[in-house]
Design a protein around this ligand. Structure first.
Ligand code: FAD
Length: 525
Protein backbone atom coordinates (compact mmCIF):
# COMPACT_ATOMS: atom_id res chain seq x y z
CA UNK A 1 0.00 0.00 0.00
CA UNK A 2 1.42 3.43 -0.90
CA UNK A 3 2.40 5.84 1.88
CA UNK A 4 0.24 8.85 2.61
CA UNK A 5 1.04 12.29 1.31
CA UNK A 6 3.20 14.41 3.55
CA UNK A 7 3.92 17.92 2.32
CA UNK A 8 7.12 19.86 2.33
CA UNK A 9 6.46 22.87 4.50
CA UNK A 10 8.78 25.85 4.41
CA UNK A 11 8.54 28.37 7.25
CA UNK A 12 7.23 27.83 10.74
CA UNK A 13 6.17 24.29 11.45
CA UNK A 14 3.35 23.76 13.90
CA UNK A 15 2.31 20.33 14.90
CA UNK A 16 -0.48 18.98 17.00
CA UNK A 17 0.90 17.16 20.03
CA UNK A 18 -0.35 13.62 20.19
CA UNK A 19 1.11 12.49 23.50
CA UNK A 20 1.83 14.17 26.77
CA UNK A 21 5.19 15.83 27.20
CA UNK A 22 7.36 13.70 29.49
CA UNK A 23 7.90 15.15 32.97
CA UNK A 24 11.24 16.93 33.02
CA UNK A 25 11.39 17.45 29.26
CA UNK A 26 12.44 21.08 28.72
CA UNK A 27 9.41 23.02 27.54
CA UNK A 28 11.72 25.61 25.99
CA UNK A 29 12.86 23.04 23.43
CA UNK A 30 9.27 22.31 22.37
CA UNK A 31 8.67 26.01 21.97
CA UNK A 32 11.94 26.44 20.12
CA UNK A 33 11.21 23.78 17.53
CA UNK A 34 7.74 25.17 16.95
CA UNK A 35 8.77 28.72 16.41
CA UNK A 36 12.03 28.53 14.50
CA UNK A 37 11.88 28.92 10.75
CA UNK A 38 12.70 25.54 9.28
CA UNK A 39 11.92 23.33 6.36
CA UNK A 40 9.97 20.14 6.87
CA UNK A 41 10.21 16.87 4.99
CA UNK A 42 8.79 13.47 5.81
CA UNK A 43 12.17 11.78 5.49
CA UNK A 44 15.54 13.47 5.75
CA UNK A 45 18.37 11.44 4.25
CA UNK A 46 21.88 12.27 5.43
CA UNK A 47 24.60 11.56 2.84
CA UNK A 48 24.56 11.48 -0.95
CA UNK A 49 26.86 8.53 -1.52
CA UNK A 50 25.76 5.33 -3.20
CA UNK A 51 23.53 4.52 -0.18
CA UNK A 52 21.83 7.93 -0.01
CA UNK A 53 21.05 7.90 -3.73
CA UNK A 54 19.72 4.33 -3.42
CA UNK A 55 17.59 5.27 -0.40
CA UNK A 56 16.11 8.21 -2.31
CA UNK A 57 15.26 5.99 -5.29
CA UNK A 58 13.46 3.47 -3.08
CA UNK A 59 11.52 6.20 -1.30
CA UNK A 60 10.22 7.83 -4.43
CA UNK A 61 9.39 4.50 -6.05
CA UNK A 62 7.73 2.82 -3.08
CA UNK A 63 6.45 5.78 -1.06
CA UNK A 64 5.68 8.30 -3.79
CA UNK A 65 3.73 10.54 -1.41
CA UNK A 66 6.61 11.07 0.97
CA UNK A 67 8.57 14.29 0.74
CA UNK A 68 12.29 13.96 1.26
CA UNK A 69 15.58 15.76 0.93
CA UNK A 70 19.20 14.62 1.05
CA UNK A 71 21.69 16.66 3.03
CA UNK A 72 25.26 16.16 1.88
CA UNK A 73 28.24 17.70 3.66
CA UNK A 74 30.53 17.75 0.64
CA UNK A 75 30.34 19.90 -2.46
CA UNK A 76 29.51 16.94 -4.66
CA UNK A 77 27.64 13.66 -4.44
CA UNK A 78 29.22 10.19 -4.65
CA UNK A 79 30.73 9.87 -1.15
CA UNK A 80 33.62 7.39 -1.18
CA UNK A 81 33.79 7.43 -4.98
CA UNK A 82 34.23 11.18 -5.10
CA UNK A 83 36.52 11.49 -2.09
CA UNK A 84 39.25 9.01 -3.00
CA UNK A 85 41.48 10.19 -5.84
CA UNK A 86 44.61 8.11 -5.50
CA UNK A 87 46.09 6.42 -8.58
CA UNK A 88 44.23 3.28 -9.60
CA UNK A 89 41.25 3.85 -7.24
CA UNK A 90 38.75 1.07 -7.99
CA UNK A 91 36.17 -1.20 -6.43
CA UNK A 92 37.28 -4.46 -4.89
CA UNK A 93 33.96 -6.16 -5.39
CA UNK A 94 32.20 -6.60 -8.71
CA UNK A 95 29.86 -3.86 -9.89
CA UNK A 96 27.05 -6.33 -10.55
CA UNK A 97 26.64 -6.64 -6.78
CA UNK A 98 28.00 -3.22 -5.75
CA UNK A 99 25.69 -1.53 -8.27
CA UNK A 100 22.03 -0.77 -7.61
CA UNK A 101 19.57 -3.61 -8.15
CA UNK A 102 17.39 -1.24 -10.20
CA UNK A 103 20.17 0.15 -12.42
CA UNK A 104 22.09 -2.40 -14.47
CA UNK A 105 25.84 -2.02 -14.58
CA UNK A 106 26.56 -2.17 -18.30
CA UNK A 107 30.27 -1.51 -18.59
CA UNK A 108 32.65 -4.27 -19.66
CA UNK A 109 34.77 -4.07 -16.51
CA UNK A 110 33.20 -5.77 -13.51
CA UNK A 111 35.91 -4.44 -11.21
CA UNK A 112 35.52 -0.79 -12.03
CA UNK A 113 37.64 2.30 -11.55
CA UNK A 114 36.52 5.08 -9.18
CA UNK A 115 35.58 7.64 -11.88
CA UNK A 116 33.29 5.07 -13.62
CA UNK A 117 31.55 4.29 -10.32
CA UNK A 118 31.16 7.99 -9.60
CA UNK A 119 29.63 8.64 -13.01
CA UNK A 120 27.24 5.67 -12.49
CA UNK A 121 26.05 7.20 -9.18
CA UNK A 122 25.76 10.65 -10.80
CA UNK A 123 23.87 9.24 -13.81
CA UNK A 124 21.47 7.39 -11.51
CA UNK A 125 20.79 10.55 -9.48
CA UNK A 126 20.20 12.54 -12.67
CA UNK A 127 18.07 10.00 -14.53
CA UNK A 128 15.92 9.19 -11.51
CA UNK A 129 15.25 12.84 -10.69
CA UNK A 130 17.13 12.63 -7.38
CA UNK A 131 19.72 15.32 -8.11
CA UNK A 132 17.29 18.13 -7.32
CA UNK A 133 16.63 16.70 -3.87
CA UNK A 134 20.27 16.88 -2.84
CA UNK A 135 21.43 19.88 -0.79
CA UNK A 136 25.17 19.94 -1.16
CA UNK A 137 27.41 21.66 1.40
CA UNK A 138 25.04 20.79 4.28
CA UNK A 139 26.78 19.00 7.14
CA UNK A 140 24.33 17.66 9.70
CA UNK A 141 25.64 18.28 13.21
CA UNK A 142 22.78 17.33 15.50
CA UNK A 143 19.25 15.97 15.62
CA UNK A 144 16.76 16.23 18.45
CA UNK A 145 13.75 13.98 18.66
CA UNK A 146 10.58 15.15 20.34
CA UNK A 147 8.02 12.45 21.14
CA UNK A 148 5.21 14.94 21.78
CA UNK A 149 5.72 16.36 18.32
CA UNK A 150 6.75 13.09 16.61
CA UNK A 151 9.46 15.14 15.00
CA UNK A 152 13.21 15.36 14.52
CA UNK A 153 14.70 18.84 14.53
CA UNK A 154 17.90 18.65 12.60
CA UNK A 155 20.64 21.21 12.64
CA UNK A 156 23.08 21.46 9.77
CA UNK A 157 25.91 23.82 8.93
CA UNK A 158 26.54 25.14 5.46
CA UNK A 159 30.09 24.12 4.65
CA UNK A 160 30.29 26.84 1.98
CA UNK A 161 28.90 29.82 3.92
CA UNK A 162 29.18 28.73 7.55
CA UNK A 163 25.47 29.46 8.02
CA UNK A 164 23.34 27.26 10.33
CA UNK A 165 20.18 25.79 8.88
CA UNK A 166 17.36 23.80 10.42
CA UNK A 167 15.13 21.09 9.10
CA UNK A 168 12.38 19.11 10.70
CA UNK A 169 11.44 15.63 9.61
CA UNK A 170 9.36 12.66 10.65
CA UNK A 171 12.12 10.15 9.92
CA UNK A 172 15.87 10.43 9.85
CA UNK A 173 17.66 8.12 7.42
CA UNK A 174 21.41 8.03 8.00
CA UNK A 175 23.29 7.13 4.81
CA UNK A 176 26.49 8.71 6.04
CA UNK A 177 28.90 5.82 5.49
CA UNK A 178 31.17 4.43 8.17
CA UNK A 179 34.33 6.51 8.34
CA UNK A 180 35.55 10.03 8.97
CA UNK A 181 35.86 12.11 5.87
CA UNK A 182 38.12 14.79 7.31
CA UNK A 183 40.95 12.52 8.42
CA UNK A 184 42.27 9.10 7.46
CA UNK A 185 44.01 6.94 10.07
CA UNK A 186 47.73 7.43 10.44
CA UNK A 187 49.63 5.91 13.34
CA UNK A 188 52.40 7.88 15.01
CA UNK A 189 55.61 6.81 13.28
CA UNK A 190 58.78 7.60 15.23
CA UNK A 191 61.00 10.10 13.48
CA UNK A 192 58.33 11.10 10.98
CA UNK A 193 59.46 14.74 11.10
CA UNK A 194 62.95 13.69 9.99
CA UNK A 195 61.86 12.47 6.57
CA UNK A 196 62.77 15.01 3.87
CA UNK A 197 60.44 13.64 1.18
CA UNK A 198 56.65 13.74 1.04
CA UNK A 199 54.36 11.71 3.32
CA UNK A 200 50.90 11.21 1.85
CA UNK A 201 47.72 9.58 3.09
CA UNK A 202 45.62 8.10 0.26
CA UNK A 203 42.49 9.80 1.63
CA UNK A 204 44.09 13.20 0.98
CA UNK A 205 45.84 12.66 -2.34
CA UNK A 206 47.44 15.84 -3.76
CA UNK A 207 46.07 16.33 -7.28
CA UNK A 208 49.44 17.47 -8.61
CA UNK A 209 51.66 14.81 -6.99
CA UNK A 210 54.41 13.91 -9.45
CA UNK A 211 55.79 10.49 -8.65
CA UNK A 212 57.29 9.71 -12.06
CA UNK A 213 60.77 8.25 -11.62
CA UNK A 214 60.53 8.43 -7.81
CA UNK A 215 61.08 5.72 -5.21
CA UNK A 216 57.88 5.09 -3.34
CA UNK A 217 57.26 3.16 -0.11
CA UNK A 218 53.63 2.29 0.54
CA UNK A 219 52.98 1.39 4.18
CA UNK A 220 50.06 -1.02 4.47
CA UNK A 221 48.74 -4.28 3.11
CA UNK A 222 45.02 -3.67 2.70
CA UNK A 223 42.78 -2.91 -0.27
CA UNK A 224 44.21 0.58 -0.76
CA UNK A 225 47.85 -0.56 -0.75
CA UNK A 226 47.25 -3.40 -3.22
CA UNK A 227 45.35 -1.01 -5.51
CA UNK A 228 47.93 1.76 -5.38
CA UNK A 229 51.04 -0.32 -5.96
CA UNK A 230 50.43 -1.58 -9.54
CA UNK A 231 49.06 1.84 -10.53
CA UNK A 232 52.01 3.81 -9.13
CA UNK A 233 54.53 1.28 -10.43
CA UNK A 234 53.61 2.28 -14.00
CA UNK A 235 55.43 5.61 -13.56
CA UNK A 236 57.48 5.36 -10.37
CA UNK A 237 61.11 4.22 -10.36
CA UNK A 238 60.17 1.49 -7.89
CA UNK A 239 57.41 0.82 -5.36
CA UNK A 240 57.83 -1.10 -2.12
CA UNK A 241 54.87 -2.38 -0.18
CA UNK A 242 55.92 -2.32 3.47
CA UNK A 243 53.64 -4.41 5.63
CA UNK A 244 53.74 -5.45 9.27
CA UNK A 245 51.83 -8.63 8.46
CA UNK A 246 50.35 -10.17 5.31
CA UNK A 247 46.77 -10.04 4.01
CA UNK A 248 44.93 -12.67 1.97
CA UNK A 249 44.96 -11.72 -1.70
CA UNK A 250 42.64 -13.23 -4.26
CA UNK A 251 43.04 -12.63 -7.98
CA UNK A 252 39.85 -12.33 -10.06
CA UNK A 253 39.17 -11.33 -13.68
CA UNK A 254 38.63 -7.60 -14.15
CA UNK A 255 36.04 -8.36 -16.82
CA UNK A 256 33.39 -10.99 -16.25
CA UNK A 257 33.13 -12.95 -19.54
CA UNK A 258 29.77 -14.45 -18.55
CA UNK A 259 28.32 -10.99 -17.83
CA UNK A 260 29.64 -9.57 -21.09
CA UNK A 261 28.36 -12.55 -23.12
CA UNK A 262 24.90 -12.52 -21.50
CA UNK A 263 24.53 -8.80 -22.16
CA UNK A 264 24.97 -9.44 -25.87
CA UNK A 265 22.12 -11.96 -26.07
CA UNK A 266 19.70 -10.99 -23.30
CA UNK A 267 17.87 -7.80 -22.37
CA UNK A 268 20.07 -5.62 -20.12
CA UNK A 269 17.99 -6.08 -16.99
CA UNK A 270 17.72 -9.86 -17.34
CA UNK A 271 21.45 -10.26 -17.93
CA UNK A 272 22.23 -8.02 -14.95
CA UNK A 273 19.89 -9.91 -12.65
CA UNK A 274 21.39 -13.30 -13.59
CA UNK A 275 24.97 -12.11 -13.12
CA UNK A 276 24.08 -10.39 -9.85
CA UNK A 277 22.68 -13.64 -8.44
CA UNK A 278 25.64 -15.62 -9.76
CA UNK A 279 28.02 -13.27 -7.95
CA UNK A 280 25.98 -13.10 -4.75
CA UNK A 281 26.07 -16.90 -4.54
CA UNK A 282 29.77 -17.02 -5.38
CA UNK A 283 30.61 -14.47 -2.66
CA UNK A 284 28.49 -16.43 -0.17
CA UNK A 285 30.17 -19.67 -1.16
CA UNK A 286 33.69 -18.28 -0.68
CA UNK A 287 32.71 -16.75 2.68
CA UNK A 288 31.00 -19.90 3.94
CA UNK A 289 33.83 -22.12 2.79
CA UNK A 290 36.32 -19.81 4.52
CA UNK A 291 34.42 -20.14 7.78
CA UNK A 292 33.79 -23.89 7.55
CA UNK A 293 37.02 -25.05 5.93
CA UNK A 294 39.58 -22.30 6.54
CA UNK A 295 42.50 -24.64 5.86
CA UNK A 296 41.18 -25.50 2.42
CA UNK A 297 40.66 -21.84 1.44
CA UNK A 298 44.03 -20.83 2.90
CA UNK A 299 45.69 -23.51 0.75
CA UNK A 300 43.83 -22.51 -2.38
CA UNK A 301 44.79 -18.83 -1.94
CA UNK A 302 48.39 -19.79 -1.21
CA UNK A 303 48.56 -21.95 -4.33
CA UNK A 304 47.16 -19.08 -6.42
CA UNK A 305 49.94 -16.80 -5.16
CA UNK A 306 52.64 -19.44 -5.71
CA UNK A 307 51.48 -19.94 -9.32
CA UNK A 308 51.42 -16.21 -10.06
CA UNK A 309 54.74 -15.22 -8.45
CA UNK A 310 58.27 -16.10 -9.59
CA UNK A 311 59.84 -19.41 -8.57
CA UNK A 312 61.26 -19.31 -5.07
CA UNK A 313 59.24 -16.25 -4.02
CA UNK A 314 58.64 -16.31 -0.26
CA UNK A 315 54.83 -16.57 -0.45
CA UNK A 316 54.54 -17.76 3.16
CA UNK A 317 56.28 -14.69 4.49
CA UNK A 318 54.46 -12.08 2.39
CA UNK A 319 51.07 -13.55 1.46
CA UNK A 320 50.12 -16.16 4.07
CA UNK A 321 48.52 -14.43 7.07
CA UNK A 322 48.31 -15.90 10.57
CA UNK A 323 44.54 -15.36 10.81
CA UNK A 324 41.99 -17.40 8.88
CA UNK A 325 40.51 -16.25 5.55
CA UNK A 326 37.65 -13.79 6.09
CA UNK A 327 38.54 -13.07 9.72
CA UNK A 328 39.49 -9.88 7.92
CA UNK A 329 38.35 -8.70 4.50
CA UNK A 330 39.89 -10.59 1.58
CA UNK A 331 41.73 -8.28 -0.84
CA UNK A 332 40.86 -8.71 -4.47
CA UNK A 333 43.36 -7.91 -7.23
CA UNK A 334 41.97 -7.63 -10.76
CA UNK A 335 43.69 -9.98 -13.24
CA UNK A 336 46.38 -10.58 -10.60
CA UNK A 337 47.85 -7.10 -11.30
CA UNK A 338 49.82 -6.91 -8.04
CA UNK A 339 51.46 -10.30 -8.62
CA UNK A 340 52.33 -9.27 -12.18
CA UNK A 341 53.92 -6.02 -11.02
CA UNK A 342 56.02 -7.88 -8.46
CA UNK A 343 57.00 -10.52 -11.03
CA UNK A 344 58.09 -7.79 -13.43
CA UNK A 345 60.38 -6.37 -10.73
CA UNK A 346 58.59 -2.99 -10.61
CA UNK A 347 57.44 -3.53 -7.03
CA UNK A 348 58.39 -5.66 -4.07
CA UNK A 349 56.96 -6.57 -0.70
CA UNK A 350 58.80 -6.17 2.59
CA UNK A 351 57.29 -7.73 5.72
CA UNK A 352 58.89 -6.05 8.70
CA UNK A 353 58.28 -3.39 11.36
CA UNK A 354 59.23 0.26 11.20
CA UNK A 355 61.88 1.29 13.73
CA UNK A 356 61.95 4.92 12.62
CA UNK A 357 61.57 7.22 9.66
CA UNK A 358 64.92 8.65 8.62
CA UNK A 359 65.88 11.64 6.46
CA UNK A 360 65.95 9.38 3.41
CA UNK A 361 63.30 6.74 4.06
CA UNK A 362 62.48 4.15 6.65
CA UNK A 363 64.64 2.09 8.95
CA UNK A 364 63.19 -1.30 9.83
CA UNK A 365 63.45 -3.29 13.04
CA UNK A 366 65.50 -5.89 11.15
CA UNK A 367 68.08 -3.17 10.54
CA UNK A 368 67.29 -2.91 6.82
CA UNK A 369 66.75 0.57 5.35
CA UNK A 370 64.30 1.47 2.59
CA UNK A 371 65.11 4.59 0.61
CA UNK A 372 62.16 6.65 -0.52
CA UNK A 373 61.28 9.95 -2.13
CA UNK A 374 57.61 9.51 -1.24
CA UNK A 375 56.02 7.54 1.61
CA UNK A 376 52.35 6.68 1.29
CA UNK A 377 50.64 5.77 4.56
CA UNK A 378 47.92 3.38 3.37
CA UNK A 379 47.15 2.73 7.01
CA UNK A 380 43.40 2.92 6.87
CA UNK A 381 40.33 4.80 7.91
CA UNK A 382 38.93 6.19 11.13
CA UNK A 383 35.56 4.59 11.72
CA UNK A 384 32.75 7.01 12.34
CA UNK A 385 29.15 5.93 12.24
CA UNK A 386 26.19 8.27 11.78
CA UNK A 387 28.24 11.11 10.31
CA UNK A 388 29.55 12.23 13.70
CA UNK A 389 26.21 13.81 14.62
CA UNK A 390 24.90 14.12 18.16
CA UNK A 391 21.41 12.81 18.85
CA UNK A 392 19.04 13.52 21.67
CA UNK A 393 15.73 11.78 22.31
CA UNK A 394 13.33 13.90 24.37
CA UNK A 395 16.24 15.85 25.76
CA UNK A 396 18.36 12.79 26.64
CA UNK A 397 21.65 12.46 24.73
CA UNK A 398 21.98 9.16 22.86
CA UNK A 399 25.13 7.19 23.65
CA UNK A 400 25.50 5.02 20.53
CA UNK A 401 27.67 2.51 22.38
CA UNK A 402 24.72 1.73 24.66
CA UNK A 403 22.29 1.09 21.83
CA UNK A 404 21.61 -2.25 20.18
CA UNK A 405 20.91 -2.47 16.47
CA UNK A 406 17.52 -3.81 15.43
CA UNK A 407 17.58 -5.78 12.13
CA UNK A 408 20.73 -3.79 11.29
CA UNK A 409 18.54 -0.80 10.42
CA UNK A 410 17.40 0.95 13.64
CA UNK A 411 18.74 1.49 17.16
CA UNK A 412 17.13 0.50 20.44
CA UNK A 413 15.52 3.47 22.18
CA UNK A 414 15.84 5.80 19.16
CA UNK A 415 12.52 6.50 17.42
CA UNK A 416 12.07 7.07 13.70
CA UNK A 417 15.73 6.60 12.95
CA UNK A 418 17.15 4.31 10.27
CA UNK A 419 20.68 3.76 9.06
CA UNK A 420 22.33 2.18 6.04
CA UNK A 421 25.16 -0.13 6.94
CA UNK A 422 26.12 -2.69 4.33
CA UNK A 423 28.00 -5.96 4.20
CA UNK A 424 31.64 -6.23 5.16
CA UNK A 425 31.92 -9.76 3.73
CA UNK A 426 30.26 -8.99 0.41
CA UNK A 427 29.20 -5.91 -1.56
CA UNK A 428 28.04 -3.14 0.77
CA UNK A 429 25.05 -2.11 -1.33
CA UNK A 430 23.52 -5.60 -1.46
CA UNK A 431 22.46 -5.16 2.15
CA UNK A 432 21.71 -1.45 1.86
CA UNK A 433 19.22 -2.15 -0.96
CA UNK A 434 17.36 -4.64 1.25
CA UNK A 435 17.38 -2.18 4.17
CA UNK A 436 15.84 0.48 1.91
CA UNK A 437 13.08 -1.91 0.85
CA UNK A 438 12.35 -2.77 4.49
CA UNK A 439 12.34 0.89 5.49
CA UNK A 440 9.74 1.73 2.82
CA UNK A 441 7.56 -1.19 3.92
CA UNK A 442 7.80 0.04 7.51
CA UNK A 443 6.71 3.55 6.48
CA UNK A 444 3.76 2.13 4.52
CA UNK A 445 2.72 0.03 7.51
CA UNK A 446 2.82 3.07 9.79
CA UNK A 447 0.73 5.08 7.37
CA UNK A 448 -1.76 2.28 6.98
CA UNK A 449 -2.33 2.12 10.75
CA UNK A 450 -1.81 5.81 11.47
CA UNK A 451 1.30 5.49 13.60
CA UNK A 452 3.57 8.50 13.94
CA UNK A 453 6.53 6.87 15.56
CA UNK A 454 8.26 3.56 15.92
CA UNK A 455 10.99 2.69 18.39
CA UNK A 456 12.89 -0.56 18.83
CA UNK A 457 12.89 -1.64 22.45
CA UNK A 458 14.96 -4.56 23.77
CA UNK A 459 12.47 -7.16 24.95
CA UNK A 460 15.20 -9.02 26.84
CA UNK A 461 17.65 -6.52 28.35
CA UNK A 462 19.68 -9.46 29.70
CA UNK A 463 20.46 -10.72 26.17
CA UNK A 464 24.25 -10.91 25.68
CA UNK A 465 25.55 -8.40 23.15
CA UNK A 466 28.67 -7.91 21.07
CA UNK A 467 29.93 -5.06 18.87
CA UNK A 468 27.87 -4.24 15.78
CA UNK A 469 30.97 -4.79 13.67
CA UNK A 470 32.24 -8.22 14.59
CA UNK A 471 35.39 -7.95 12.53
CA UNK A 472 39.04 -8.32 13.53
CA UNK A 473 40.43 -5.55 11.29
CA UNK A 474 42.43 -2.85 13.09
CA UNK A 475 40.20 0.01 11.97
CA UNK A 476 37.17 -1.75 13.48
CA UNK A 477 38.96 -2.61 16.73
CA UNK A 478 40.03 1.02 17.23
CA UNK A 479 36.38 2.13 17.28
CA UNK A 480 34.85 -0.82 19.07
CA UNK A 481 33.95 1.16 22.23
CA UNK A 482 32.05 3.84 20.35
CA UNK A 483 29.81 1.85 18.06
CA UNK A 484 26.39 0.29 18.75
CA UNK A 485 26.07 -3.32 19.75
CA UNK A 486 24.18 -6.26 18.34
CA UNK A 487 22.42 -9.13 20.06
CA UNK A 488 22.95 -12.83 19.63
CA UNK A 489 19.62 -13.61 17.99
CA UNK A 490 17.22 -12.06 15.49
CA UNK A 491 16.01 -9.37 15.10
CA UNK A 492 18.89 -7.94 17.15
CA UNK A 493 21.61 -9.65 15.16
CA UNK A 494 23.58 -7.95 12.37
CA UNK A 495 23.13 -10.54 9.64
CA UNK A 496 25.85 -10.79 7.00
CA UNK A 497 24.02 -13.19 4.70
CA UNK A 498 22.14 -11.96 1.63
CA UNK A 499 19.66 -14.83 1.30
CA UNK A 500 18.71 -14.67 5.01
CA UNK A 501 18.41 -10.88 4.81
CA UNK A 502 16.33 -11.06 1.64
CA UNK A 503 13.88 -13.32 3.46
CA UNK A 504 13.70 -11.14 6.58
CA UNK A 505 13.96 -7.66 5.11
CA UNK A 506 12.21 -8.11 1.77
CA UNK A 507 9.58 -10.71 2.59
CA UNK A 508 9.34 -10.90 6.39
CA UNK A 509 6.84 -8.94 8.51
CA UNK A 510 7.69 -5.37 9.47
CA UNK A 511 6.03 -5.71 12.85
CA UNK A 512 7.87 -7.39 15.68
CA UNK A 513 7.56 -7.64 19.47
CA UNK A 514 10.79 -5.62 19.58
CA UNK A 515 9.14 -2.64 17.86
CA UNK A 516 6.86 -0.16 19.67
CA UNK A 517 4.52 1.76 17.39
CA UNK A 518 2.67 4.73 18.79
CA UNK A 519 1.23 8.19 18.22
CA UNK A 520 -1.14 9.47 15.62
CA UNK A 521 0.20 11.21 12.54
CA UNK A 522 0.75 14.90 13.38
CA UNK A 523 -0.89 17.55 11.25
CA UNK A 524 1.24 20.34 9.84
CA UNK A 525 -0.66 23.67 9.74
C1 FAD B 1 38.68 3.14 -1.20
C2 FAD B 1 37.45 2.35 -0.89
C3 FAD B 1 37.04 1.32 -1.74
C4 FAD B 1 35.90 0.58 -1.44
N1 FAD B 1 35.52 -0.42 -2.29
C5 FAD B 1 34.43 -1.15 -2.00
C6 FAD B 1 34.00 -2.20 -2.84
O1 FAD B 1 34.60 -2.50 -3.85
N2 FAD B 1 32.90 -2.91 -2.49
C7 FAD B 1 32.20 -2.61 -1.38
O2 FAD B 1 31.20 -3.27 -1.11
N3 FAD B 1 32.56 -1.61 -0.57
C8 FAD B 1 33.66 -0.88 -0.84
N4 FAD B 1 34.03 0.13 -0.01
C9 FAD B 1 33.19 0.48 1.10
C10 FAD B 1 32.37 1.69 0.56
O3 FAD B 1 32.60 2.81 1.30
C11 FAD B 1 30.92 1.34 0.36
O4 FAD B 1 30.76 0.29 -0.49
C12 FAD B 1 30.08 2.47 -0.20
O5 FAD B 1 30.73 3.33 -1.10
C13 FAD B 1 29.56 3.23 0.95
O6 FAD B 1 28.58 4.07 0.45
P1 FAD B 1 27.74 4.97 1.42
O7 FAD B 1 26.91 5.85 0.58
O8 FAD B 1 27.08 4.12 2.44
O9 FAD B 1 28.84 5.81 2.22
P2 FAD B 1 29.87 6.86 1.66
O10 FAD B 1 30.32 6.55 0.30
O11 FAD B 1 30.91 7.00 2.71
O12 FAD B 1 29.00 8.19 1.58
C14 FAD B 1 28.54 8.82 2.73
C15 FAD B 1 28.17 10.24 2.40
O13 FAD B 1 27.61 10.83 3.57
C16 FAD B 1 28.13 12.13 3.72
N5 FAD B 1 28.07 12.49 5.14
C17 FAD B 1 28.69 11.88 6.18
N6 FAD B 1 28.39 12.50 7.33
C18 FAD B 1 27.56 13.52 7.02
C19 FAD B 1 26.91 14.52 7.79
N7 FAD B 1 27.06 14.61 9.12
N8 FAD B 1 26.12 15.41 7.14
C20 FAD B 1 25.94 15.35 5.80
N9 FAD B 1 26.55 14.42 5.02
C21 FAD B 1 27.34 13.53 5.63
C22 FAD B 1 29.55 12.02 3.20
O14 FAD B 1 30.06 13.29 2.86
C23 FAD B 1 29.36 11.08 2.01
O15 FAD B 1 29.09 11.78 0.84
C24 FAD B 1 35.15 0.88 -0.28
C25 FAD B 1 35.59 1.90 0.58
C26 FAD B 1 36.71 2.62 0.30
C27 FAD B 1 37.14 3.70 1.24
Amino acid sequence: MPCSIGGLVAGSVRVSCVTEIKPGYPASRVQWSRDMASEHVDVLIVGAGISGVGAAYHLQERCPGKSFAILEAREDLGGTWDLFRYPGIRSDSDMHTLGFRFKPWTEAKAIADGPSILSYIRRTAREEGIEDKIRLNHRVVSAQWSTPESLWTVEAERTDTGESVRFTCGFLSMCSGYYRYDEGYSPEFPGRERFRGEVIHPQHWPEDLDYAGKRVVVIGSGATAVTLIPAMAEKAAHVTMLQRSPTYIIAAPEEDPIANALRRVLPEKTAYSIVRWKNVLLQMLVYRLSKRRPGFVRNALRKGAVRALPDGYDVDKHFNPKYDPWDQRLCLIPDGDLFETISAGRADVVTDRIATFTETGVQLESGRELDADIIVTATGLNIQLFGGITLTVDGEPVDFARTVAYKGIMLSGVPNFAFAFGYTNSSWTLKVGLLCEHFCRLLSHMDEYGFAHVRPELDDPAMPTKPLLDFAAGYVQRAIDEIPRQGVRGPWQMTMNYTVDAEVLRNGPVTDPGLRFSGAVPVAV
